[in-house]
Design a protein around this ligand. Structure first.
Ligand code: BG6
Length: 488
Protein backbone atom coordinates (compact mmCIF):
# COMPACT_ATOMS: atom_id res chain seq x y z
CA UNK A 1 0.00 0.00 0.00
CA UNK A 2 1.31 3.43 -0.88
CA UNK A 3 1.11 5.50 2.29
CA UNK A 4 -0.68 8.80 1.89
CA UNK A 5 -0.27 9.66 5.53
CA UNK A 6 1.09 13.11 6.26
CA UNK A 7 2.44 13.44 9.81
CA UNK A 8 0.73 16.05 11.93
CA UNK A 9 2.64 18.79 13.71
CA UNK A 10 4.14 18.22 17.13
CA UNK A 11 1.50 18.12 19.82
CA UNK A 12 0.76 17.68 23.50
CA UNK A 13 -2.59 15.99 24.08
CA UNK A 14 -4.02 15.81 27.58
CA UNK A 15 -6.86 13.35 28.06
CA UNK A 16 -8.95 14.19 31.12
CA UNK A 17 -10.69 10.96 32.04
CA UNK A 18 -7.62 9.21 30.62
CA UNK A 19 -8.39 5.97 32.48
CA UNK A 20 -12.07 5.91 31.51
CA UNK A 21 -13.96 3.64 29.16
CA UNK A 22 -13.83 5.90 26.10
CA UNK A 23 -10.11 6.58 26.53
CA UNK A 24 -9.30 2.87 26.80
CA UNK A 25 -11.67 1.65 24.10
CA UNK A 26 -11.42 4.35 21.48
CA UNK A 27 -9.08 7.28 22.06
CA UNK A 28 -5.82 5.54 22.95
CA UNK A 29 -6.15 2.51 20.63
CA UNK A 30 -7.01 5.05 17.89
CA UNK A 31 -3.92 7.10 18.68
CA UNK A 32 -1.86 3.92 18.62
CA UNK A 33 -3.12 3.06 15.14
CA UNK A 34 -2.24 6.56 13.91
CA UNK A 35 1.20 6.14 15.47
CA UNK A 36 1.68 2.85 13.59
CA UNK A 37 0.52 4.55 10.38
CA UNK A 38 3.30 7.11 10.81
CA UNK A 39 1.00 10.06 11.41
CA UNK A 40 2.60 11.10 14.70
CA UNK A 41 6.17 12.10 15.14
CA UNK A 42 7.99 10.33 18.00
CA UNK A 43 8.10 13.57 19.95
CA UNK A 44 4.30 13.68 20.39
CA UNK A 45 3.24 13.75 24.03
CA UNK A 46 0.04 12.14 25.33
CA UNK A 47 -0.81 12.75 28.95
CA UNK A 48 -3.49 10.80 30.76
CA UNK A 49 -5.06 12.83 33.55
CA UNK A 50 -7.48 11.34 36.05
CA UNK A 51 -8.17 10.91 39.73
CA UNK A 52 -6.82 7.35 39.78
CA UNK A 53 -3.84 6.47 41.95
CA UNK A 54 -1.55 5.61 39.10
CA UNK A 55 1.92 6.59 37.98
CA UNK A 56 3.18 6.76 34.42
CA UNK A 57 4.39 3.16 34.51
CA UNK A 58 1.00 1.92 35.73
CA UNK A 59 -0.79 3.99 33.10
CA UNK A 60 1.37 2.64 30.30
CA UNK A 61 0.57 -0.91 31.40
CA UNK A 62 -3.15 -0.09 31.49
CA UNK A 63 -2.97 1.24 27.93
CA UNK A 64 -0.88 -1.75 26.78
CA UNK A 65 -3.83 -3.93 27.84
CA UNK A 66 -6.34 -1.60 26.22
CA UNK A 67 -4.48 -1.78 22.91
CA UNK A 68 -4.43 -5.59 23.09
CA UNK A 69 -8.15 -5.69 23.83
CA UNK A 70 -9.53 -2.89 21.69
CA UNK A 71 -6.74 -2.22 19.16
CA UNK A 72 -8.67 -3.91 16.31
CA UNK A 73 -5.44 -4.79 14.55
CA UNK A 74 -4.84 -8.17 12.95
CA UNK A 75 -1.33 -8.24 14.39
CA UNK A 76 0.13 -6.04 17.08
CA UNK A 77 3.86 -5.47 17.00
CA UNK A 78 5.04 -5.39 20.65
CA UNK A 79 7.97 -3.17 19.70
CA UNK A 80 5.63 -0.58 18.23
CA UNK A 81 3.50 -0.77 21.36
CA UNK A 82 6.60 -0.09 23.48
CA UNK A 83 7.56 2.87 21.31
CA UNK A 84 4.04 4.27 21.50
CA UNK A 85 3.85 3.85 25.28
CA UNK A 86 6.99 5.98 25.59
CA UNK A 87 4.87 8.95 24.40
CA UNK A 88 2.51 8.48 27.33
CA UNK A 89 2.67 9.90 30.82
CA UNK A 90 0.17 10.15 33.63
CA UNK A 91 -0.71 12.89 36.08
CA UNK A 92 -3.12 12.45 38.97
CA UNK A 93 -5.35 15.49 38.66
CA UNK A 94 -8.30 16.61 40.73
CA UNK A 95 -10.75 18.44 38.47
CA UNK A 96 -12.34 20.06 41.53
CA UNK A 97 -9.18 20.99 43.45
CA UNK A 98 -5.57 22.03 42.96
CA UNK A 99 -3.93 18.62 43.04
CA UNK A 100 -1.89 17.80 39.96
CA UNK A 101 -2.35 21.03 38.00
CA UNK A 102 1.14 22.40 38.63
CA UNK A 103 2.64 19.11 37.47
CA UNK A 104 0.42 19.06 34.40
CA UNK A 105 1.42 22.59 33.55
CA UNK A 106 5.11 21.74 33.86
CA UNK A 107 4.69 18.97 31.28
CA UNK A 108 3.01 21.17 28.68
CA UNK A 109 4.27 23.46 26.05
CA UNK A 110 7.38 24.16 24.08
CA UNK A 111 7.80 26.33 21.04
CA UNK A 112 5.50 25.54 18.20
CA UNK A 113 3.77 22.62 19.89
CA UNK A 114 0.00 22.28 19.55
CA UNK A 115 -1.81 21.91 22.86
CA UNK A 116 -5.06 19.97 22.95
CA UNK A 117 -7.20 18.98 25.94
CA UNK A 118 -9.69 16.17 25.53
CA UNK A 119 -12.55 16.39 28.07
CA UNK A 120 -13.43 12.70 28.18
CA UNK A 121 -15.44 13.26 31.37
CA UNK A 122 -19.05 13.97 32.28
CA UNK A 123 -20.30 17.42 31.22
CA UNK A 124 -20.68 18.46 34.87
CA UNK A 125 -16.86 18.75 35.00
CA UNK A 126 -16.40 20.77 31.78
CA UNK A 127 -16.61 24.13 33.56
CA UNK A 128 -14.27 23.15 36.40
CA UNK A 129 -11.63 21.82 34.06
CA UNK A 130 -11.86 24.83 31.73
CA UNK A 131 -11.55 27.18 34.68
CA UNK A 132 -8.47 25.42 36.03
CA UNK A 133 -6.84 25.29 32.61
CA UNK A 134 -7.12 29.05 32.58
CA UNK A 135 -5.97 29.48 36.16
CA UNK A 136 -2.84 27.42 35.47
CA UNK A 137 -2.04 29.28 32.28
CA UNK A 138 -2.92 26.48 29.87
CA UNK A 139 -5.89 28.11 28.12
CA UNK A 140 -3.88 30.21 25.69
CA UNK A 141 -5.36 31.36 22.42
CA UNK A 142 -3.94 28.44 20.41
CA UNK A 143 -5.07 25.68 22.77
CA UNK A 144 -7.88 23.37 21.62
CA UNK A 145 -10.41 21.56 23.72
CA UNK A 146 -12.37 18.50 22.68
CA UNK A 147 -15.73 17.82 24.29
CA UNK A 148 -17.76 14.66 24.09
CA UNK A 149 -21.47 14.18 23.85
CA UNK A 150 -23.88 14.40 25.58
CA UNK A 151 -23.62 18.12 25.06
CA UNK A 152 -26.42 19.03 27.45
CA UNK A 153 -29.72 17.26 27.92
CA UNK A 154 -31.88 20.10 26.59
CA UNK A 155 -31.55 23.58 25.14
CA UNK A 156 -31.08 25.21 28.52
CA UNK A 157 -28.25 22.95 29.68
CA UNK A 158 -26.54 23.05 26.27
CA UNK A 159 -26.70 26.84 26.27
CA UNK A 160 -25.25 26.95 29.79
CA UNK A 161 -22.41 24.64 28.72
CA UNK A 162 -21.70 26.77 25.67
CA UNK A 163 -21.61 29.87 27.85
CA UNK A 164 -19.29 28.24 30.37
CA UNK A 165 -16.85 27.12 27.70
CA UNK A 166 -17.06 30.53 26.00
CA UNK A 167 -15.82 32.15 29.22
CA UNK A 168 -12.44 30.52 28.68
CA UNK A 169 -12.21 29.58 25.00
CA UNK A 170 -13.22 30.99 21.61
CA UNK A 171 -15.55 28.99 19.40
CA UNK A 172 -12.68 28.15 17.04
CA UNK A 173 -10.90 26.42 19.93
CA UNK A 174 -13.85 24.17 20.84
CA UNK A 175 -14.19 20.79 19.10
CA UNK A 176 -17.58 19.18 19.91
CA UNK A 177 -17.40 15.54 18.86
CA UNK A 178 -20.15 13.66 17.10
CA UNK A 179 -18.32 10.53 16.08
CA UNK A 180 -20.80 9.85 13.25
CA UNK A 181 -19.22 12.73 11.37
CA UNK A 182 -15.90 10.88 11.44
CA UNK A 183 -17.29 7.77 9.75
CA UNK A 184 -15.90 7.09 6.30
CA UNK A 185 -19.25 6.77 4.51
CA UNK A 186 -20.61 9.92 6.09
CA UNK A 187 -17.86 11.83 4.36
CA UNK A 188 -18.49 9.82 1.24
CA UNK A 189 -22.02 11.09 1.33
CA UNK A 190 -20.64 14.57 0.76
CA UNK A 191 -18.30 13.30 -1.95
CA UNK A 192 -21.20 11.60 -3.75
CA UNK A 193 -23.46 14.62 -3.51
CA UNK A 194 -20.99 17.35 -4.28
CA UNK A 195 -18.39 15.55 -6.37
CA UNK A 196 -20.79 14.27 -9.04
CA UNK A 197 -23.04 16.04 -11.51
CA UNK A 198 -25.39 13.09 -11.58
CA UNK A 199 -27.28 13.36 -8.32
CA UNK A 200 -27.55 17.00 -7.34
CA UNK A 201 -30.06 18.06 -10.05
CA UNK A 202 -32.42 15.33 -8.81
CA UNK A 203 -31.81 15.99 -5.13
CA UNK A 204 -35.07 17.77 -4.30
CA UNK A 205 -38.78 17.32 -3.69
CA UNK A 206 -39.53 17.25 -7.39
CA UNK A 207 -37.68 13.96 -7.89
CA UNK A 208 -37.28 12.48 -4.43
CA UNK A 209 -40.34 10.76 -2.96
CA UNK A 210 -38.94 10.41 0.54
CA UNK A 211 -35.76 9.71 2.48
CA UNK A 212 -35.23 7.09 5.18
CA UNK A 213 -32.46 7.17 7.75
CA UNK A 214 -32.05 4.06 9.90
CA UNK A 215 -29.46 3.47 12.60
CA UNK A 216 -30.27 0.06 14.07
CA UNK A 217 -28.19 -1.66 16.71
CA UNK A 218 -28.34 -5.21 18.02
CA UNK A 219 -26.73 -4.29 21.34
CA UNK A 220 -28.77 -3.22 24.33
CA UNK A 221 -27.88 -0.52 26.83
CA UNK A 222 -25.38 -2.85 28.53
CA UNK A 223 -23.50 -1.30 31.42
CA UNK A 224 -24.62 2.22 30.55
CA UNK A 225 -28.09 1.82 32.03
CA UNK A 226 -27.79 4.63 34.54
CA UNK A 227 -26.88 7.22 31.90
CA UNK A 228 -29.18 5.81 29.24
CA UNK A 229 -32.31 5.63 31.37
CA UNK A 230 -32.08 9.39 31.90
CA UNK A 231 -31.52 10.02 28.20
CA UNK A 232 -33.31 7.61 25.91
CA UNK A 233 -32.89 7.21 22.17
CA UNK A 234 -34.12 10.73 21.39
CA UNK A 235 -31.31 12.40 23.32
CA UNK A 236 -28.72 9.67 22.83
CA UNK A 237 -29.03 9.20 19.06
CA UNK A 238 -31.62 11.38 17.31
CA UNK A 239 -30.60 14.84 18.58
CA UNK A 240 -27.02 14.27 17.44
CA UNK A 241 -26.11 11.34 15.17
CA UNK A 242 -29.32 11.10 13.15
CA UNK A 243 -29.62 14.87 13.03
CA UNK A 244 -26.13 15.12 11.55
CA UNK A 245 -26.95 12.52 8.90
CA UNK A 246 -30.15 14.38 8.07
CA UNK A 247 -28.20 17.63 7.72
CA UNK A 248 -25.64 16.17 5.34
CA UNK A 249 -28.34 14.61 3.18
CA UNK A 250 -30.51 17.70 3.07
CA UNK A 251 -28.13 20.68 3.13
CA UNK A 252 -27.44 23.01 0.23
CA UNK A 253 -24.01 22.70 -1.38
CA UNK A 254 -21.61 24.75 0.72
CA UNK A 255 -19.43 27.14 -1.30
CA UNK A 256 -16.37 25.25 -0.12
CA UNK A 257 -15.48 22.32 2.10
CA UNK A 258 -14.47 24.51 4.99
CA UNK A 259 -15.67 24.42 8.61
CA UNK A 260 -17.98 27.38 8.67
CA UNK A 261 -19.29 27.00 5.12
CA UNK A 262 -20.36 23.40 5.89
CA UNK A 263 -21.72 24.19 9.35
CA UNK A 264 -23.68 27.23 8.14
CA UNK A 265 -25.53 25.00 5.69
CA UNK A 266 -26.20 22.31 8.29
CA UNK A 267 -27.57 24.90 10.67
CA UNK A 268 -30.02 26.13 8.02
CA UNK A 269 -31.41 22.61 7.70
CA UNK A 270 -31.96 22.25 11.45
CA UNK A 271 -33.64 25.64 11.60
CA UNK A 272 -35.97 24.67 8.74
CA UNK A 273 -37.14 21.43 10.38
CA UNK A 274 -40.86 21.39 11.09
CA UNK A 275 -42.04 20.48 14.57
CA UNK A 276 -42.89 16.78 14.81
CA UNK A 277 -46.60 16.06 15.28
CA UNK A 278 -47.47 13.55 18.04
CA UNK A 279 -48.89 11.05 15.52
CA UNK A 280 -45.68 11.27 13.49
CA UNK A 281 -43.47 9.77 16.16
CA UNK A 282 -43.30 6.30 17.71
CA UNK A 283 -41.36 5.42 20.82
CA UNK A 284 -40.50 1.88 21.77
CA UNK A 285 -38.83 -0.05 24.54
CA UNK A 286 -37.41 -3.54 24.08
CA UNK A 287 -38.93 -6.39 26.03
CA UNK A 288 -37.62 -9.89 26.46
CA UNK A 289 -39.61 -13.07 26.26
CA UNK A 290 -39.63 -14.26 29.92
CA UNK A 291 -37.90 -17.52 28.91
CA UNK A 292 -35.03 -15.57 27.30
CA UNK A 293 -34.72 -13.09 30.12
CA UNK A 294 -31.45 -14.28 31.71
CA UNK A 295 -29.30 -14.13 28.54
CA UNK A 296 -31.31 -11.55 26.71
CA UNK A 297 -32.80 -9.18 29.25
CA UNK A 298 -35.48 -6.65 28.51
CA UNK A 299 -34.77 -2.94 28.80
CA UNK A 300 -36.26 -2.46 32.28
CA UNK A 301 -34.27 -5.38 33.69
CA UNK A 302 -31.11 -4.11 32.05
CA UNK A 303 -31.40 -0.60 33.48
CA UNK A 304 -32.71 -1.88 36.82
CA UNK A 305 -35.82 0.27 36.69
CA UNK A 306 -39.03 -1.82 36.50
CA UNK A 307 -41.18 1.24 35.74
CA UNK A 308 -38.91 2.96 33.28
CA UNK A 309 -40.65 4.93 30.54
CA UNK A 310 -37.47 5.69 28.65
CA UNK A 311 -37.44 4.85 24.96
CA UNK A 312 -34.83 2.59 23.39
CA UNK A 313 -36.40 3.09 19.96
CA UNK A 314 -37.69 6.10 18.04
CA UNK A 315 -39.20 6.35 14.57
CA UNK A 316 -40.41 9.70 13.32
CA UNK A 317 -41.50 11.60 10.25
CA UNK A 318 -40.35 15.14 9.70
CA UNK A 319 -40.46 17.67 6.89
CA UNK A 320 -38.07 20.45 6.04
CA UNK A 321 -39.72 23.74 5.19
CA UNK A 322 -37.52 25.14 2.46
CA UNK A 323 -37.63 25.36 -1.34
CA UNK A 324 -35.64 22.21 -1.92
CA UNK A 325 -37.54 19.87 0.37
CA UNK A 326 -41.04 21.20 1.07
CA UNK A 327 -43.47 18.25 1.04
CA UNK A 328 -40.80 15.50 1.11
CA UNK A 329 -41.02 13.33 4.22
CA UNK A 330 -37.85 12.30 6.01
CA UNK A 331 -38.34 9.15 8.10
CA UNK A 332 -35.82 8.62 10.87
CA UNK A 333 -35.52 5.43 12.89
CA UNK A 334 -33.12 4.19 15.52
CA UNK A 335 -33.24 1.50 18.16
CA UNK A 336 -31.33 -0.91 20.32
CA UNK A 337 -31.70 -4.70 20.35
CA UNK A 338 -33.06 -4.71 16.83
CA UNK A 339 -32.90 -7.62 14.40
CA UNK A 340 -29.64 -6.52 12.81
CA UNK A 341 -26.94 -3.90 13.02
CA UNK A 342 -27.58 -1.75 10.02
CA UNK A 343 -27.12 1.96 9.49
CA UNK A 344 -28.33 3.16 6.18
CA UNK A 345 -29.72 6.16 4.38
CA UNK A 346 -32.15 5.54 1.52
CA UNK A 347 -33.08 8.14 -0.98
CA UNK A 348 -36.22 6.85 -2.68
CA UNK A 349 -36.90 8.59 -5.99
CA UNK A 350 -40.36 9.15 -7.44
CA UNK A 351 -42.06 6.98 -10.03
CA UNK A 352 -41.53 7.84 -13.66
CA UNK A 353 -44.37 10.19 -14.68
CA UNK A 354 -45.82 7.62 -17.09
CA UNK A 355 -45.15 3.95 -17.69
CA UNK A 356 -44.80 3.30 -21.41
CA UNK A 357 -44.54 -0.45 -20.75
CA UNK A 358 -47.94 -0.80 -19.12
CA UNK A 359 -48.72 -1.79 -15.56
CA UNK A 360 -48.13 -5.52 -16.20
CA UNK A 361 -44.41 -4.84 -16.86
CA UNK A 362 -44.10 -3.71 -13.26
CA UNK A 363 -42.79 -0.45 -11.93
CA UNK A 364 -39.73 0.17 -9.83
CA UNK A 365 -38.40 3.19 -8.12
CA UNK A 366 -34.77 4.17 -8.14
CA UNK A 367 -33.34 3.97 -4.67
CA UNK A 368 -29.93 5.28 -3.68
CA UNK A 369 -28.76 3.43 -0.55
CA UNK A 370 -25.85 4.71 1.44
CA UNK A 371 -24.72 2.07 3.92
CA UNK A 372 -22.76 3.38 6.86
CA UNK A 373 -22.19 0.07 8.61
CA UNK A 374 -21.62 -2.75 8.24
CA UNK A 375 -20.33 -3.33 4.66
CA UNK A 376 -20.09 0.34 3.90
CA UNK A 377 -20.94 1.24 0.36
CA UNK A 378 -23.36 2.96 -1.94
CA UNK A 379 -25.90 1.20 -4.14
CA UNK A 380 -28.12 2.68 -6.80
CA UNK A 381 -31.11 0.58 -7.81
CA UNK A 382 -31.86 0.93 -11.53
CA UNK A 383 -34.65 -0.57 -13.55
CA UNK A 384 -33.83 -2.83 -16.50
CA UNK A 385 -35.62 -5.38 -18.62
CA UNK A 386 -35.61 -8.83 -17.13
CA UNK A 387 -33.35 -10.79 -19.47
CA UNK A 388 -34.81 -13.53 -21.63
CA UNK A 389 -38.06 -14.13 -23.49
CA UNK A 390 -41.51 -13.32 -22.23
CA UNK A 391 -41.92 -9.71 -23.22
CA UNK A 392 -41.04 -6.56 -21.37
CA UNK A 393 -40.85 -7.23 -17.64
CA UNK A 394 -38.99 -4.75 -15.55
CA UNK A 395 -36.68 -5.62 -12.68
CA UNK A 396 -34.59 -3.66 -10.28
CA UNK A 397 -30.83 -4.30 -10.26
CA UNK A 398 -28.23 -2.66 -8.08
CA UNK A 399 -25.39 -0.59 -9.43
CA UNK A 400 -23.17 -1.48 -6.53
CA UNK A 401 -20.33 0.63 -5.27
CA UNK A 402 -19.40 -1.56 -2.34
CA UNK A 403 -16.02 -0.16 -1.41
CA UNK A 404 -14.59 -3.45 -0.21
CA UNK A 405 -15.31 -5.09 -3.57
CA UNK A 406 -14.57 -2.22 -5.92
CA UNK A 407 -11.40 -0.89 -4.40
CA UNK A 408 -8.31 -2.97 -3.83
CA UNK A 409 -8.51 -3.89 -0.11
CA UNK A 410 -4.72 -3.45 0.14
CA UNK A 411 -5.20 0.10 -0.97
CA UNK A 412 -7.80 1.06 1.61
CA UNK A 413 -6.56 2.27 4.92
CA UNK A 414 -9.37 1.91 7.43
CA UNK A 415 -9.48 4.83 9.79
CA UNK A 416 -11.85 4.69 12.72
CA UNK A 417 -14.05 7.75 13.34
CA UNK A 418 -12.20 8.70 16.53
CA UNK A 419 -8.78 8.42 14.89
CA UNK A 420 -9.81 10.75 12.10
CA UNK A 421 -11.43 13.25 14.44
CA UNK A 422 -8.51 13.42 16.89
CA UNK A 423 -6.11 14.01 14.03
CA UNK A 424 -8.44 16.76 12.77
CA UNK A 425 -8.17 18.42 16.19
CA UNK A 426 -4.38 18.45 15.87
CA UNK A 427 -4.64 19.71 12.28
CA UNK A 428 -7.00 22.42 13.50
CA UNK A 429 -9.83 21.44 11.14
CA UNK A 430 -13.32 21.90 12.65
CA UNK A 431 -15.34 20.80 9.59
CA UNK A 432 -16.40 17.51 11.18
CA UNK A 433 -17.22 19.01 14.59
CA UNK A 434 -20.43 20.62 15.76
CA UNK A 435 -20.61 24.33 16.30
CA UNK A 436 -22.31 25.70 19.42
CA UNK A 437 -25.26 27.22 17.53
CA UNK A 438 -25.82 23.95 15.67
CA UNK A 439 -26.09 21.97 18.91
CA UNK A 440 -28.47 24.52 20.39
CA UNK A 441 -30.66 24.49 17.26
CA UNK A 442 -30.85 20.69 17.44
CA UNK A 443 -32.02 20.88 21.06
CA UNK A 444 -34.52 23.61 20.17
CA UNK A 445 -36.16 21.12 17.79
CA UNK A 446 -35.83 18.11 20.15
CA UNK A 447 -37.07 19.69 23.39
CA UNK A 448 -40.77 20.08 22.46
CA UNK A 449 -40.90 16.43 21.38
CA UNK A 450 -39.61 15.23 24.76
CA UNK A 451 -41.76 17.77 26.64
CA UNK A 452 -44.80 16.51 24.73
CA UNK A 453 -44.11 12.95 25.88
CA UNK A 454 -43.73 14.10 29.45
CA UNK A 455 -46.92 16.17 29.35
CA UNK A 456 -48.89 13.24 27.93
CA UNK A 457 -47.27 10.70 30.29
CA UNK A 458 -46.40 8.78 27.20
CA UNK A 459 -45.44 5.13 27.67
CA UNK A 460 -43.19 3.62 24.98
CA UNK A 461 -44.60 0.75 22.96
CA UNK A 462 -42.97 -2.59 23.80
CA UNK A 463 -41.11 -4.45 21.09
CA UNK A 464 -39.44 -7.82 21.17
CA UNK A 465 -35.69 -7.97 21.34
CA UNK A 466 -34.36 -8.95 17.94
CA UNK A 467 -37.31 -7.42 16.07
CA UNK A 468 -37.59 -4.30 13.90
CA UNK A 469 -39.20 -2.23 16.64
CA UNK A 470 -42.87 -1.67 17.46
CA UNK A 471 -45.37 -2.33 14.69
CA UNK A 472 -46.54 1.29 14.93
CA UNK A 473 -43.25 2.27 13.32
CA UNK A 474 -44.33 0.38 10.19
CA UNK A 475 -47.74 1.98 10.37
CA UNK A 476 -46.10 5.42 10.27
CA UNK A 477 -45.09 4.73 6.67
CA UNK A 478 -47.82 2.28 5.67
CA UNK A 479 -50.58 4.84 6.07
CA UNK A 480 -48.76 7.00 3.53
CA UNK A 481 -48.38 4.09 1.10
CA UNK A 482 -44.70 3.54 1.90
CA UNK A 483 -42.63 1.02 3.84
CA UNK A 484 -39.28 0.79 5.52
CA UNK A 485 -36.92 -0.83 3.09
CA UNK A 486 -35.37 -4.09 4.17
CA UNK A 487 -31.62 -4.39 4.34
CA UNK A 488 -30.20 -4.95 0.82
C1 BG6 B 1 -23.17 6.56 20.94
C2 BG6 B 1 -24.40 6.26 21.75
O1 BG6 B 1 -23.03 7.94 20.76
O2 BG6 B 1 -23.26 5.91 19.68
C3 BG6 B 1 -24.57 4.77 21.92
O3 BG6 B 1 -24.30 6.90 23.02
C4 BG6 B 1 -24.56 4.07 20.58
O4 BG6 B 1 -25.77 4.48 22.62
C5 BG6 B 1 -23.35 4.50 19.75
O5 BG6 B 1 -24.53 2.68 20.81
C6 BG6 B 1 -23.44 3.95 18.34
O6 BG6 B 1 -22.23 4.19 17.67
P1 BG6 B 1 -21.74 3.25 16.50
O7 BG6 B 1 -20.50 3.93 15.98
O8 BG6 B 1 -21.48 1.91 17.10
O9 BG6 B 1 -22.85 3.21 15.49
Amino acid sequence: MVSRVIPVDQFDLVIFGGTGDLARRKILPGLFRRFCAGQMLPEARIIGAARSDLDTHGYREMIREAIAEFGELSAIDPEQVDQFLQLLSFVKVDALGDEGWAELQSLMGGTGRIEAYYFSVGPSLFGDIAERLQKWGMADADARIVVEKPFGRDLETARALNQTLATYFNEDQIYRIDHYLGKETVQNLMAVRFGNMLFEPLWNSQYVDHIQITVAETVGVGGRGEYYDKSGAMRDMVQNHLMQLLCLIAMEPPSQFSPDAVRDEKLKVIRALDPVLPHHIVRGQYQAEPCNEPENPGYRTEVGNPRSRTESFVALRVEISNWRWAGTPFYLRTGKRMSERASEIRVVFKDTPHSIFGEEAGRHRNVLSIRLQPNEGITLGVTIKEPGPGGMRLIDVPLDMSFAETLDPDDIEHVDAYERLIMDVIRGNQTLFMRGDEVEAAWRWTDPIIEGWQARNDVPKPYETGSDGPTDANELLRREGRSWRKET
